[in-house]
Design a protein around this ligand. Sequence first.
Ligand SMILES: [Zn+2]
Length: 469
Amino acid sequence: MKVFNTYSRQVEDFQPIEAGQVRMYTCGPTVYNYAHIGNFRAYMFEDILRRQLRAEGYAVKQVMNLTDVDDKTIRGSRAAGVSLQAFTARFKQAFFEDLKRLNIEPAELYPAATDHIPEMIVLIEKLLAAGHAYRSEDGSIYYRVKTFEGYGRLAHLDMGGLKAEARVSQDEYDKENVGDFALWKAWDDADGEVVWDSPWGRGRPGWHIECSAMSIKHLGESFDIHTGGIDNIFPHHENEIAQSEGATGCHPFVRYWMHCGYLVVDGSKMSKSLGNFHTLRDLFERGYTGRDVRYVLLSAHYRQALNFTFAALDGARSALARVDEFRGRLAETAGAAPVTGAGAAPAWVRAPLAAFRAAMNEDLNTPEALAALFALVADGNRALSQGGVSAGEAAAALQALRDMDRVLGVLEAPEPVPDAEALRLLDARTQARAARNWAEADRIRNALAASGWDVRDGPEGAKLKPRRA
Ligand SMILES: [Zn+2]
């Protein structure tokens, strides 16, 4: 498998540190609002990456952090008049619901920043001891960027200016150098109740240090892959390298840095003022499914800018309908035929499957992989129309679709997940039955049926199953 490494700006052969095992860290969401489709582009790219690694036989340990303390979460919780924890809990839950609807495989771990303050303090102490950090007058701790030899290498920056002691502007008088960044921020009024004790006084961690602390804790001082959006390269990932290698002395902190490109909407940068800012929830309200959105997000190569349009969503829907129809035809022909070895598959199945795998192993080339999928659909439809497809061959083609979908995750329609209203109704029905109010229980059952849910009563209580059309 080959991947593009941002650090070297080259496509490289992927070789994990430990044979057969991939350790991968992903910068996760800041849980202060509903994530938008630009955010989900990055989580989708990471999902495709882990699925392809798994399809190639690697065991994957992916860690995705949840940023639940920073300026935005603190501001949001104060504006809402609730605790930081209560404020972020709501958006954490929404985030996991959205991931599920996009059929994104869960990471192995989702550490939260607020659960790792002691680890961050230990890391900052090491940086202070090594001379990489200093305490400013107000009790904040800054990283002294000029002490880290490789600073700027990931982003390919010319750091000459910084090394020559750039003048510090008036409003940042407590830093020695403009490029220095906060590891620990001393408490001030804006932080309200959000505060932790540290050896340097009360305060809270900087954003960058959380990813160094959590990745080292859960993946070790040196691991295989670190991902994010290209907007994370500088300063966030550059700072992570300086912090992690500065504290541990272990180089490299990360073997392969992988970043996905921007997402624009109708050719423009997404912004609330342009009215083209879409959360995933907005798209569901317009009647699109997670499957439609997922298809659009994987239709462009992850390193290219992706132009998101409603026309593309409609196109996704019809492309998926073509696959569904093809699968239906295959299923009819296959009947109960067992899948035999891959060698028994006809050339019109083998060739696109091989092309698919080659495309995905070439730095996750999803546009080419989708082209291979549609070559299978076109050639298979032609063969079916000519009546020359045996039951075994149709079964082999169905298996090829399943193999492709292990990576794409978009061909099989995922089971719908009941929404909050359906769950509330189910609960009300359970209560009506407990009160022996059979008429009310029946009325609720009918209301659920009208919104697409069947109620199944079982030994573990009542459950909702999607109604089949
Ligand atoms: Zn991060």
